[in-house]
Design a protein around this ligand. Sequence first.
Ligand code: 4NP
Length: 158
Amino acid sequence: MKKRILFVCLGNICRSPAAEGILRSMVENEGVQERFEIDSAGTYGGHRGQLPDPRMRSAAARRGYALTHHARQVSEEDFDHFDLIVAMDDMNYETLHRLAPSREAAGKICRMVEFCSRFPDRTYVPDPYYEGHEGFELVLDMLEDGCRGILERLTTEE
Ligand code: 4NP
């Protein structure tokens, strides 16, 4: 069965579309893309339809990731469709819990940092929107670490 993973941040223009692009690239490199469905969404819908922030697109492109997602807001159907719903920070995590239509749906929500091994002191992936270049590089480092962790977890579960 396909594993369906949804990354969620606030605007769906920085962190979650980057996580989507990174995990997609990792599964393609390992030739296991048929076993995964990967998407992203925001808890806030104000950037709906937009490509990721140009600063995130260029930082990601320097690492070889092309980010082509168009922003969308998370919906109730996402809780049925996806197996794992990965929140970037505490606010996203709490909003997702408020939106979850059932206890089973709420059980699918987790935090990106749970899958990170190189950032033991971080409890969330920081919002880079109002930060400089370093913010984007830190976020990408954390997302690469977390996506590797997700892939390892999901491929050893089978
Ligand atoms: P993201 O970053 O949640 O990683 O996509 C943000 C994007 C937009 C806003 C905040 C964070 N905003 O306030 O519009």
